[in-house]
Design a protein. Structure first.
Length: 380
């Protein structure tokens, strides 16, 4: 039977005991004799605990667990901290060239009333993509390319609904960036956010794609839908930078809209469509279905066997949705070939279409699946 002093020796133990300094226990006679030089009055295990307590409670718990001080320790509560993703500065045009060199040549610094962001050269006639949030109400801004002097730029137009702005820069004689397709990426794919910090330096933040359909709320209650989300944590917002895939092709333009410390981007597919409208007419041309909606409740989606949907809260009279026979409480699950699992999906799908397009819509009514066709109108 064990006595009050501790656990009896293992019956299988043979031979002389180890020296006291090499054991996790001491016989009472050894303790009474006084501590070894340079140690406290506890044995080796106790000394370790004492030192760890001086260094910090977290380490003390770890050491105590290591020597078996706790039989059933409760899981410690941990405080989570978010640390900015390390940023690498690449000096453009140096001997250490890579694909960032070519990309940086298609980026510009955008300065607006003392605020600095970036822009992506869209094509070789001097048109540049950046964000509406950065440009604001300004009509003229300054851009700085990698090489050459700063240039005055005209704001061709902005679209707050997608946070896209287009600049026209006379004298910006360079090829546009290589554009990819947001539809080709998947969650977990590697990605980088590349922003031009000066005439000869680009900043690169590396991470992975975390979400393909982020919705961001704004102070004006107009959500920004369909953003690409990443796990890149930024120490300061970056606007108008290029989000690129593993090949270095641009898949999005970063936005600072929303209260977040992670990098998000407007998909390049949507940004191109909006930019083409702005260049042609000075404004984005958004199609209108005529509905108000919300995300389908997850429990209802499970009951109906769908991944989600956009539940219609209201259908506007004399709208394309009303003409197609849609009713309040219908749940849209498909637009053309695209699955709709949320209001963000629906808004994003519609923004890839044009006014006048006839679109096939799949929807649930009381759990039963139906189809209809709606001819989209022009948003007013």
């Amino acid at each position: 039977m064990p006595d009050d002093e501790g656990t009896p020796p293992d019956p299988g133990f043979r031979g002389a005991p180890l020296p006291p300094d090499d054991r996790l226990w001491r016989h009472p006679s050894e303790v009474a004799a006084g501590p070894p030089a340079g140690r406290g009055r506890r044995g080796r295990g106790g000394a370790a605990l004492g030192l760890a307590a001086g260094a910090g409670a977290g380490l003390a718990l770890l050491v105590a667990w290591g020597v078996g001080a706790f039989e059933d320790p409760a899981p410690p509560e941990t405080a989570r901290e978010r640390v900015a993703t390390p940023a690498a500065t690449v000096f453009v045009g140096t001997a250490a060239r890579d694909d960032i060199d070519d990309l940086a040549a298609a980026l510009v610094v955008v300065r607006v009333d003392g605020t600095q962001g970036s822009g992506v050269v869209l094509r070789d006639d001097g048109h540049v993509l950046t964000t509406a949030d950065l440009v604001g109400d300004s009509t003229r801004v300054t851009v700085q390319p990698v090489e050459g002097p700063a240039l005055e730029a005209e704001v061709v137009g902005t679209d707050a609904a997608t946070d896209v702005a287009v600049l026209s820069v006379p004298g910006l004689d360079r090829a546009g960036a290589v554009l990819g397709a947001a539809g080709d990426i998947a969650v977990g794919d590697p990605t980088r956010a590349v922003t031009l910090r000066g005439e000869d330096a680009a900043e690169v933040l590396t991470g992975v794609v975390a979400n393909l359909a982020v919705t961001v709320t704004r102070t004006d209650d107009r959500p920004l839908h369909g953003l690409i989300g990443t796990d890149i944590v930024q120490d300061q917002p970056i606007e108008g930078a290029a989000l690129v895939d593993a090949r270095g092709a641009v898949i999005g333009v970063t936005t600072a809209v929303g209260d977040t410390d992670v990098v998000r981007a407007v998909p390049i597919d949507l940004a191109r469509i909006v930019a083409q409208d702005i260049i042609a007419t000075g404004a984005a041309d958004h199609p209108w279905l005529g509905i108000e909606g919300r995300d389908l409740d997850a429990d209802v989606a499970a009951d109906w066997g769908v991944r989600g949907g956009a539940e219609l809260a209201a259908v506007v009279d004399d709208s394309p949705a009303a003409a197609a026979g849609l009713l309040a409480e219908d749940v849209l699950t498909q637009v053309g070939d695209l699955e709709i699992t949320s209001m963000g999906d629906l808004v994003t799908a519609l923004r890839h279409l044009d006014p006048g397009d006839l679109v096939r819509i799949g929807y649930l009514r009381d759990g039963d699946h139906n189809w209809c066709r709606a001819r989209l109108a022009e948003s007013t």
